[in-house]
Design a protein around this ligand. Structure first.
Ligand SMILES: [Zn+2]
Length: 277
């Protein structure tokens, strides 16, 4: 296990201590690397980036986030594990994160909690905040290179496949890490794989949307898509409100009976395929 990315530790950037009684944080076995954007002000991108590409600016930004996470959000410490700034500086977020990943573990973060209908275990995996808003804005090369370097180190030391580099939106109902950056994840996986001497087919590097079972209680965009598809097929799930309730359940069961499969009301891989989802 090797971790070669240069990381500015919490003690180096002068972090405050975590809230009393919360440290050391829970250690987990990571499954993914999770990419975020900070989107912390109206225009956080160069030339209006907070850190201005400098190391002093990067350390100030880390302090700003820690203060905001602890004093506004009420969290125990910085929410993220790592911060990647526009100058290509990588800073440790939550205390203990660097030590943990060097041992193939993770400090559970406050980010990427699981929303219904989404992939589980987001906040058990190392999360990287990237300074900027990447809905429309693209990342400058210096920041991209440090992101690749950090992801490669995390994948190598934590035994995570580059295919498992994911965006926050895979776990939670959010726009994070922005459309541009989310759509760049196949390139990120490829650059990381190259750095590690691994090869994958283009298909393997794509953003395949996570397949999770939808059932009563599921919510969000995947449920809206399901409801629209049911209606398209002539079944009535009620309004396409993104809530899997009694009407959606009834429509799913009717669809399942109509195609001759068990009407368990759970939209798993088989039902999904037959629906054309
Ligand atoms: Zn995020």
């Amino acid at each position: 296990m090797t971790f070669t990315a240069k990381v500015i530790t919490t003690s180096e950037w002068g972090a405050n201590a975590p809230k009393a009684g919360t440290f050391p944080f829970r250690r987990t076995i990571p499954q993914y690397v999770i990419v975020h954007h900070t989107a912390h002000k109206a225009d956080p991108n160069p030339p209006n980036d907070s850190s201005k590409g400098t190391i002093e600016g990067a350390m100030d930004l880390a302090k700003t986030f820690q203060n905001s996470h602890m004093n506004v959000n009420g969290w125990s410490d910085s929410g993220h594990n790592f911060l990647n700034t526009t100058g290509g500086f990588i800073l440790e977020g939550r205390h203990g994160s660097l030590d943990a990943v060097k041992k193939g573990e993770c400090i559970q973060s406050a980010h990427a909690a699981q929303d219904p209908g989404k992939l589980p275990n987001g906040n058990r995996s190392p999360g990287i905040e990237n300074e900027g808003n990447f809905m429309n804005f693209s990342m400058i090369d210096k920041q991209w290179e440090s992101l690749v370097e950090l992801c490669a180190s995390l994948c190598d030391s934590c035994n995570i496949s580059p295919k498992d580099i994911r965006g926050h939106r895979d776990f939670s109902n959010t726009q994070c890490p922005g459309d541009w950056l989310y759509n760049q994840l196949p390139r990120l996986r490829k650059d990381v794989a190259n750095k590690l001497g691994l090869q994958f087919t283009p298909d393997e590097l794509e953003n395949d949307s996570p397949v999770v079972n939808l059932k009563v209680g599921s919510t969000g965009l995947p449920v809206i898509k399901l409801q629209e598809k049911l209606r398209e097929k002539g079944f009535n799930p009620g309004a396409a409100d993104g809530i899997f309730g009694e009407n959606t359940l009834k429509a799913v069961k009717e669809f399942q009976r109509s195609v001759g499969i068990k009407d368990d009301g759970i939209v798993g891989p088989n039902t999904r395929k037959l629906l054309g989802l």
